[in-house]
Design a protein around this ligand. Structure first.
Ligand SMILES: *[C@@H]1O[C@H](CO)[C@@H](O)[C@H](O)[C@H]1NC(C)=O
Ligand SMILES: *[C@@H]1O[C@H](CO)[C@@H](O)[C@H](O)[C@H]1NC(C)=O
Ligand SMILES: *[C@@H]1O[C@H](CO)[C@@H](O)[C@H](O)[C@H]1NC(C)=O
Length: 448
């Protein structure tokens, strides 16, 4: 009894100290930047899409000019790499692949516009960690811009636009006439040292930016836009990738703004490639679904995730960690801090019953583990429901920490927290947290 009393007293002092120091933290981290991971570099050689017969009139098909220019960079490899300059104008093109040691540079006023000729869109194999296309069985349409097995690629410029003209694809989804999974706007597979900055991504057919099986990826100062009713237009989905840093961006789309993933059920478990060492900070945006998400496809495991300084408005769920029985894998060591929410349906949701399965071969006994998730310094106004933390029977969520999370309703009473199959700590939480989360720190996991 006595020992417990001392622990509680020590904890109380620690709590008070931490709460006092809390306001200092945002400034302390605000200076950090991703640029060190994959620095911007200049290229020795510069070529223009116009040198390859490109015409930026918005009507001419530039698929061959893009493919020729990139073939030239790939095969006449110049020391110091090559920059492909895309001048002001509207450059209509089919999908194309980029190559190593190149910069794709979009000048101010340059728009690379995806062809709407869906019939001729190439097909590629499904991702091994998904076993099939994400929305349809079998292969999937190639991403509009794809990098496969590359290193040292920069996509940047003066805020030129990559426009997926996704409308035709969204309509096919709505009318259920899609034969295969829709294309991503920009995808890198098995690649390293990728830098994406100062680009506007617009109207992606499906997910916007998808680094999968990659390492060392920087995505900063991008703008990602798609209508709120556009289906599955996720902003940035780091997937089975490590050392990814995403910062200083504005994202407003029809689905999750940023979602960390790592493969789907039995295919993701077999492929076994986690997403790890991922930093996401200084993101502002709005979505009818989730702002910041982990999962639901997380079968290869997700760990060591740091998310800071997030500004969310008019959004379905502010912070959403989602998984499902059959997923297997784990979600652990996740820290989310300094989040401001304005007008959200639900502040926080950590759930073990989200998402569908690739086929009926998934193992319902493959229960994911969710352990060590800290959410601190959250301020929300106009929140309908505080949130829910509902683990899986047989695999409760452990060491969940809510620290200084203040959510305020709109006029009427806000719905309270809902909890099940979860243990952890809640300190300084408004509205009052559920009983499953204790107020006393028995271990040091919560605030560090
Ligand atoms: C792009 O790369 C993928 C993967 O290597 C390949 O399957 C596809 O044929 C390439 N497309 C073009 C147009 O070169
Ligand atoms: C491009 O947009 C970003 C993000 O809005 C901004 O920080 C940057 O200054 C812009 N860059 C140029 C060259 O206009
Ligand atoms: C937890 O993740 C952070 C990155 O967010 C990392 O710095 C830290 O070392 C990780 N802790 C453990 C115990 O792996």
């Amino acid at each position: 009894m006595e020992r417990r009393g001392i622990t509680a007293a020590t904890a109380t002092v620690a709590v008070l100290l931490a709460l006092l120091l809390t306001p200092l933290l945002p400034q302390a981290v605000a200076e950090e930047s991703c640029s060190g991971i994959v620095p911007m570099r200049s290229r020795r050689e510069v070529i223009s899409i116009e040198d390859f017969g490109g015409i930026g009139d918005g009507r001419t098909d530039n698929t061959w000019p893009f493919r020729k220019a990139i073939y030239r960079i790939q095969h006449l490899r110049r020391q110091g790499g090559t920059l492909l300059y895309v001048p002001r104008g509207v450059w209509l093109t089919g999908s194309f692949n980029v190559t190593s040691h190149m910069t794709l540079f979009l000048a101010r006023g340059a728009v690379i516009k995806a062809s709407q000729d869906t019939e001729k869109w190439p097909l590629v194999e499904p991702l091994p960690s998904y076993g099939r296309g994400r929305e349809r069985p079998g292969g999937r349409y190639a991403s509009f811009i794809l990098g496969y097995g590359l290193r040292d690629v920069i996509i940047t410029g003066e805020n030129g636009t990559i426009d997926g003209q996704g409308g035709v694809w969204w309509d096919m989804w709505r009318q259920r006439t899609l034969s295969f999974t829709r294309p991503n706007l920009l995808e890198f597979m098995h690649s390293t040292d990728i830098h994406i900055s100062n680009i506007i991504f617009k109207n992606s057919p499906f997910w916007n930016i998808h680094p999968v099986y990659c390492s060392n990826v920087v995505i900063r100062s991008v703008t990602i836009l798609a209508p709120h009713d556009s289906p599955n237009t996720d902003g940035i989905d780091p997937d089975s990738s490590s050392n990814v840093c995403i910062e200083d961006s504005f994202i407003s789309t029809g689905d999750d703004l940023v979602a960390v993933k790592s493969g789907w059920d039995e295919y993701g478990i077999a492929y076994g490639r986690p997403s790890t060492a991922i930093t996401i900070r200084r993101i502002t945006g709005s979505s009818p679904f989730s702002a910041i998400a982990i999962g639901s496809e997380a079968s290869g495991g997700v760990e060591n995730i740091l998310i800071q300084n997030i500004n969310i408005y008019s959004t379905g769920i502010g912070i959403h960690i989602k998984t499902n029985a059959g997923r297997g894998g784990y979600i652990r060591n996740v820290t989310i801090s300094d989040v401001y929410m304005n007008r959200v349906g639900k502040g926080v949701r950590i759930a073990g019953d989200v998402g569908d399965h690739p086929d009926d071969k998934f193992d319902p006994g493959a229960l994911p583990r969710v352990d060590g998730v800290t959410i601190r310094n959250v301020w929300g106004v106009g929140v309908n429901e505080a949130g829910s933390i509902e683990g899986i029977k047989g695999s409760p969520f452990t060491r969940i920490c809510l620290w200084n999370v203040k959510l305020w309703g709109v006029g009427r009473q806000m719905e309270a927290w809902k909890c099940a199959a979860v243990s952890g700590v809640a300190v300084g939480v408004q509205p009052w947290p559920c009983g499953e989360l204790t107020g006393i720190m028995s271990t040091g996991f919560c605030y560090s």
